[in-house]
Write a protein that binds this ligand. Structure first.
Ligand SMILES: NC(=O)N[C@@H](CC(=O)O)C(=O)O
Ligand SMILES: [Zn+2]
Ligand SMILES: [Zn+2]
Length: 356
């Protein structure tokens, strides 16, 4: 036998990373005409998602959550494999019996606490968490997680300090009063919140968004006012961003992926009183990959994106895999979703990773 031919590849092998299919532990799918495109964008990227209940009117009961889940499933593109995990919107009047119904339903996976007035569609939120003690007790007993929008609404507290003050005033006492309650501090933005979660018992976790890993508050004013970078909690100073990158890439299972993809119509964002929320569902995993790569921690992406959240919620990890390719591509300037135009994160700019 002669020697085997040797082939020299003409193009260097494409750089790729393959990870377990990720989940999004915090997303706004909305309702009505944008529901279908939102579900499609999220289902393309994620196997499951924790679906926020801040609709108008809010999803306050298991019956409403069941109907909403039905609309989400009906909106799924043919052949898509995606499981919406539903949440209830906590109010001053949520009865403890609703927690039993939630637990029994199998599809309600958490309860969301919005301090009244803290963010988009939070007017029916909780005025005083003490009013919810019986419900929190029931949740602690049932192992149903409380998801927290962690900002005080006190007009005297500077908007950039609202999370840090919440951590001290509300979260600390809450964890003391309900030491076994599963709590997810959603979309953390400060080193105070990151440090609190780190010190807290293992039943306290946190989600982190792509924008809070990639941007600091300068992005709100880069060359002019940038409404598409406005979300709540608002972007913070660079040292906070670094603290978030540090915990996200640390491998600590308390921190996991939650995009907080929160679409608003272009006109509502580019307005004299612009709505809070960044739409990132279309390129979420690519944005996280970029943040992890910049930190030299691509090897930690899978835990953060695909393992830690499932483990925290006590759900099985996904078994399917996805691959990211190192290809530069340009994000569209906007997406026409029916009559609604949505401007995505990184509109018209380049990304360095692409979901294959
Ligand atoms: N994050 C946001 O800025 N907005 C979210 C609400 C929320 O998650 O606080 C929205 O529903 O638009
Ligand atoms: Zn929120
Ligand atoms: Zn949100």
């Amino acid at each position: 036998m002669g020697s085997d031919p040797i082939y020299f590849p003409i193009i260097a092998a494409m750089e790729t990373i393959t990870i377990t299919r990720p989940d999004d532990w915090h997303v706004h799918l909305r309702d009505g005409e944008v529901l279908a495109p939102m579900v499609a964008a999220t289902a393309k990227q994620f196997a499951r998602a924790i679906v926020m209940p801040n609709l108008k009117p809010p999803v306050t009961t298991v019956a409403l959550a069941e109907a909403y889940r039905g609309r989400v499933l009906a909106a799924l593109p043919k052949g898509a494999r995606f499981e919406p995990l539903m949440t209830l919107y906590l109010t001053d009047n949520t009865p403890p019996a609703e927690i039993e119904r939630a637990k029994a339903s199998g599809f309600v996976k958490a309860v969301k606490y919005y301090p009244a007035g803290a963010t988009t569609n939070s007017d029916s939120g909780v005025s005083d968490l003490r009013k919810c003690d019986a419900v929190l007790e029931a949740m602690q007993g049932a192992g149903l997680p409380l998801l927290v929008h962690g900002e005080v609404t006190d007009a005297e507290v500077d908007v950039f300090d609202r999370e840090a003050v919440f951590v001290e005033r509300t979260l600390g006492p809450l964890v003391k009063r309900f030491p076994k309650l599963k709590i997810v501090v959603e979309h953390i933005t400060t080193h105070e919140a990151a440090a609190f979660v780190e010190r807290a018992p293992e039943n306290v976790g946190a989600t982190i968004t792509p924008q809070h890993l990639l941007l600091n508050r300068n992005a709100l004013f880069a060359g002019g006012l940038r409404p598409h970078h406005y979300c709540l909690p608002v972007l913070k100073r660079e040292p906070h961003r670094r603290a978030l990158v540090k915990v996200a890439t640390s491998g600590n299972p308390k921190y996991f992926l939650g995009t907080d993809s929160a679409p608003h119509a272009k006109g509502a964002k580019e307005s004299c009183c612009g709505s809070a929320g960044v739409f990132s569902a279309h390129t979420a995993i690519e944005l996280y990959a970029e943040a992890f790569e910049a930190a030299g921690a691509l090897d930690k992406l899978e835990g953060f994106a695909s393992h830690h959240g499932a483990d925290f919620y006590g759900l099985p990890r996904n078994t399917a895999k996805v691959t990211l390719e190192r290809v530069e591509w340009e994000v569209p300037a906007e997406y026409p979703f029916g009559a609604t135009t949505i401007v995505p994160m990184r509109a018209g700019e380049k990304l360095r990773w692409r979901l294959a």
